[in-house]
Ligand binder design. Structure first.
Ligand code: ZN
Length: 134
């Protein structure tokens, strides 16, 4: 049993997973109109361009929504875990897990930042943790 169920990787998403191995969070930017999009896909939904380049996200964002999956439990997780939709400050949203916090401490709009976690097989996932109050 691996530590974590690996995501499916395709030629369209490979750059994203490769970026994570370098501890960078990459977002597709349309070369035609400049719109950002995530998850990665071949064509821009705004201008239909197939040309794009990656930009590096700051890794900062806010909790747009979150849920607590209850049952059935996946074997990769020992305890309750938080699935969140994080809106990056660049404007795109991604599905992730919140770590370093508890469900009752999470709120919509809460500032979070990326934290790269490496699993066996070299899989690196972008998890998010609350930004410390300053
Ligand atoms: Zn476009």
């Amino acid at each position: 049993m691996s530590e974590r169920l690996a995501p499916s990787m395709t030629p369209d998403t490979q750059f994203f997973w490769d970026g994570l191995k370098q501890r960078t969070l990459l977002v597709q930017r349309c070369a035609g109109c400049g719109a950002l999009r995530h998850p990665p896909r071949p064509m821009c939904p705004h201008c239909n361009s197939l040309a794009w380049d990656p930009i590096e996200s700051s890794g900062r964002g806010t909790v747009f929504s979150f849920v607590m999956p209850r049952h059935p439990q996946y074997p990769w997780f020992e305890e309750d875990y938080i699935v969140a939709l994080v809106e990056l400050e660049e404007g795109v949203r991604l599905v992730t897990n919140l770590v370093g916090t508890t469900p009752d401490a999470v709120s919509i709009g809460m500032p979070v930042q990326v934290q790269y976690e490496e699993f066996d097989g070299g899989l690196v996932l972008p998890l998010f943790t609350p930004v410390a109050e300053s």
